[in-house]
Design a protein around this ligand. Structure first.
Ligand SMILES: [Zn+2]
Ligand SMILES: [Zn+2]
Length: 127
């Protein structure tokens, strides 16, 4: 099957679901599905370049877009949002290489903070 159902679940869920999110979205429809199968299928889809993968707090999150891009991650609720590749220009990577001596080949940056909803409630609880 099941790879197609798993792919369409990633697309339907949107955002950046975990394997567990995908598994629970499909469990009713496919009672024989195991979490291990979901992991394997997601891994294969990443290998094939169909979907992307990003690690947040050591948990893989899956991305409908396989094209490398940046992420902002809410440290409060774990919400993950995309930033377009262009927003952090090549200058950033050249500066980082100059400082570190590393030859960088990754072009994907993860920034953490509070998402709009969480920063609103942080402000509200402060006043
Ligand atoms: Zn948040
Ligand atoms: Zn993304």
């Amino acid at each position: 099957m099941q790879r197609r159902a798993i792919l369409s679940a990633v697309r339907t869920l949107g955002g950046h679901p975990t394997a567990a999110d995908v598994f629970s979205a499909l469990r009713d429809e496919y009672p024989n599905l195991s979490l291990a199968t979901v992991y394997r299928a997601l891994h294969a889809l990443v290998e094939q370049g169909v979907i992307g993968e990003t690690r947040v707090d050591n948990v893989s999150r899956y991305d409908t877009s396989p094209i490398p891009h940046h992420h902002v991650v809410c440290r409060h609720c774990g919400n993950v949002a995309d930033l377009p590749q262009l927003i952090l220009g090549d200058d950033l990577f050249r500066t980082a290489e100059a400082h570190s001596g590393f030859l960088l080949d990754g072009r994907s940056v993860q920034l953490t903070g509070l998402c709009p909803a969480c920063s609103l409630s942080a402000v509200a609880s402060r006043s």
